[in-house]
Ligand binder design. Structure first.
Ligand code: AMP
Ligand code: ZN
Length: 465
């Protein structure tokens, strides 16, 4: 079966093909680095990570670009309020963003271009648009003339008749349901303080939308395969990206558009402005592991709203623990003769997992297949009818699924060796009846989040979630 994705542009489930066989080029609207991202933002990035990982699971090479918006009204306000440079203002948030990505097991994209490094590319697009009659200058700023692009509104199904004749908008944040000519380049004014660039367009700075057109096309070409973002990006941001890119190049911009629904809290979008948000740091401070947060963000289909609750997070934690325990139990299996039923169980899991994800990334279905596999295999394990070779095949399947899920702990060679050394020392201390030392080691390991289990076969350990 082929991979099928719901394309926002057509509102239909379409078979996915890449422009270049075997290679997918995708663009993801990244964070505005003016503050710490909240877990609503990470829902969007986790969905994009699922897409990326599943494309790789299916054998595609993926080139992904995620921009860092480091010029925007909010950033400029912050810079001027604090009296520091733009980089001094954005750098700590940029660093925190990458730390969160790593903690959440979100694979790194191939490129993270920053808007401030691509001013020339943006200027070139604006110049091309002026030349072709799609943009005009007013008071030193440049605007895109949306009446020059009849296709405007096709992604979000906004109607061009809603356009207020001559209405222009300069702000990065504005009424989401007004259709207006939008700023490609904004002339400097005093409120911008030190944030400006001297370019052939004059002294000023780019608008938000042009950033994404310039950076996607620079790294992925004028036409690329997939463009993603949260549903709030669809209008006006993505609509504007399409208008300015397609008018500048005369070509299709992105071939597929995928939009992730919001993470909500008590019926409302999690957002900075409503104050109903948690950062990843807020949740880890409450004792939750990032992997539980990852599972929670991942486990609901991206086109459904995800209602955030602490109970949901506890459920996610329990699900991950179940998978980790399953793997540990499999690794302890010693049985000799292969189970005749097992090959069909494992094959069903592989087939089901792929069929679900092929269907517009039906992750809840795919997880259902994985947990069914856990249940069926556990039955054989408790009946002691699973062989060591069967168990190894089960671990192999689990690890393969985890290339997409990304929730099982990775081996950290150095750290794991240190833990083992402490465990060995504790065993030796206990043999010598040095219980003070053995208890101290247990406490030390506990502080590192390591739980010891003394079994008849020896001491095993696992990481606390
Ligand atoms: P921003 O930094 O606000 O531009 O948002 C970065 C990304 O996070 C965009 O793709 C947004 O669509 C997405 N986003 C923001 N809030 C939420 C939310 N509550 N749920 C899911 N995605 C969100
Ligand atoms: Zn964007």
């Amino acid at each position: 079966m082929a991979l099928r994705l719901i394309n926002t542009q057509t509102r239909r489930k379409e078979e996915f093909t890449s422009l270049e066989p075997g290679h997918v080029r995708m663009y993801t609207c990244g964070p505005t680095i003016y503050d710490f991202a909240h877990i609503g933002n990470y829902r969007a990035y986790t969905f994009e990570d699922l897409l990326r990982r599943y494309l790789k699971y299916r054998g595609y090479k993926v080139t992904q670009v995620m921009n860092l918006t480091d010029i925007d009204d909010k950033i400029i306000r912050g810079v001027n309020k604090k009296g520091i440079t733009l980089k001094e203002y954005t750098n700590p948030y940029k660093q925190a963003f990458f730390e969160d990505l790593d903690a959440l097991g979100i694979e790194r994209a191939e490129h993270y271009p920053a808007a401030t490094d691509h001013i020339n590319e943006m200027v070139a697009i604006v110049q091309a648009l002026v030349k072709k009659g799609h943009a005009y200058e007013a008071d030193g700023s440049y605007y895109f003339k949306i009446s020059s692009f009849p296709k405007y509104g096709s992604l979000s199904h906004m109607k061009l008749e809603d356009l207020k004749a001559g209405a222009r908008i300069a702000a990065d944040e504005y009424e989401k349901d007004t259709v207006s000519d939008f700023a490609l380049w904004k002339a400097w004014d005093e409120a911008d303080g030190p944030v400006y660039w001297d370019t052939p367009l004059g002294k000023g700075r780019p608008g938000w939308h042009i950033e994404c057109s310039a950076m996607s096309m620079k790294y992925l070409g004028e036409t690329f395969d997939i463009h993603t973002g949260g549903v709030d990006n669809m209008f006006p941001h993505h609509e504007n990206e399409i208008a300015q890119s397609e008018c500048a190049t005369g070509r299709t911009f992105s071939r597929y558009w995928l939009h992730c629904e919001h993470l909500i809290v008590e019926g409302q979008k999690m957002s900075k402005s409503l104050g109903n948000f948690f950062t990843l740091r807020d949740l880890t401070a409450k004792g939750y592991s990032p992997v539980a947060v990852r599972y929670l963000l991942l486990a609901t289909h991206y086109r459904q709203q995800l209602n955030f609750t602490m109970d949901g997070l506890d459920g996610a934690k329990a699900a991950v623990e179940r998978l980790i325990d399953f793997k540990r139990n499999l690794q302890a299996v010693e049985g000799g003769s292969d189970n005749a039923d097992f090959p069909a169980i494992v094959q069903k899991a592989y087939d089901g997992f792929g069929e679900c994800l092929d269907d517009d990334l039906n992750i809840s279905g795919a997880l259902g297949e994985v947990f069914n596999f856990v249940k069926e295999t556990n039955k054989l394990m408790s009946a002691k009818t699973l062989s060591k070779a069967d168990a190894a095949k089960a671990v192999e399947a689990l690890e393969k699924f985890d290339t997409v899920l990304g929730v099982l702990p990775k081996k950290e060679a150095g750290i794991d060796a240190d833990i083992q050394a402490l465990i060995d020392e504790r065993i030796a201390a206990r043999k010598e009846k040095n219980f003070a030392r053995s208890d101290a080691i247990r406490d030390q390991l506990q502080a590192m989040g390591i739980i010891l289990e003394d079994t008849p076969k020896g001491t095993t350990w696992k990481r606390q979630l």
